[in-house]
Design a binder for this molecule. Sequence first.
Ligand code: BDR
Ligand code: CA
Length: 360
Amino acid sequence: MDRDEPPVQPHPNGAAAGGILATVLGTGKRLSVNAGPALPAALSYHRSMPSRTPVILDCDPGHDDALAITLALARPELDLLAVTTVAGNAPLEATTRNALRVLTLLGRTAIPVAAGAARPLVRPLHVAVNVHGTSGLDGADLPEPGVAARPEHAVELMRALIEASPDPVTLIPTGPLTNIALLIRTYPRLLERVSRICLMGGAVGEGNATASAEFNIWADPDAAAIVFEAGRPLTMIGLDVTHLALVSAADAARMAALGTRTGRVFADLLEFFGRFHRERYGWDGSPIHDAVAVAHVALPGLVRTETCRVDIETTSELTRGRTVADRAGLTGRDPNAEIGLGIDRGRFVDLLVEAVAAFA
Ligand code: BDR
Ligand code: CA
């Protein structure tokens, strides 16, 4: 393996470090280099469109992740190099299958998909069945996957794409940050080739997994701490802004009225997703959290942001996964994040409807 440096000391039994990581994470996959077939489609497409921002979406679909994928594919400002998956809303097998089903629905099966971590770095896995259903994407008639995931680990696919990209790559994580933390720890020098990380997760205010914490950060706080301390430009699209990005039943009806299969599927997904938010919060509509992170990369200015220091609580069970945002500068520590605080909801909804309308 030609990693920058070993992430852990060699195991006494002689196993390679990558093998240990993979075993620890329960994927059964080694972080081997050059695994799987070549990647001509994504890379040659990218090279022919130099003005687009190359992005990798690391996700756990997930209703809002599905819309994030759709928006990333539809926006002319973005070049989606790959979709990588992580356990979060559902177990890894389900989130990977869901990513493949969404890309199949959209007719974009040439976008490479690779599965990553099957569980958080340290904590046991907790999935969000109550929000997304047992499949992780309940409520709609999605097609079976038209292609398989690539054989290599998500971290290896990210490495290959980042190394091969002529322009620095933007990472958009919309699930627990396990894969991104592994990438950072396994290939630290590759970070120079990552222009920024724009993630969905966290909250200055109240959480949604617990009163203290948002789900993606709560699910793997140890990974989140690594990512927030990585030293790369980082945007936290947290609940403070995503809870303003509600897509209502009337908005979903606009998707259904497109008269396309994609429009029908997303209207149905939003109907399912909306039930949870109606019961939990009394809202007419669902926050499409993950698509806000994609929209912010595509259209700077859509989200109002502020810069401050954000640290992750990893030890206290009561406040585990809290993103402690020092907006008043009380710590005196250098800012490490831009945090999302406001959004033009109407424009955001129009972007989503336009994105869904771009597919048959
Ligand atoms: C986040 O958690 C998941 O349920 C959603 O997909 C989103 O990424 C919101 O807290
Ligand atoms: Ca998600």
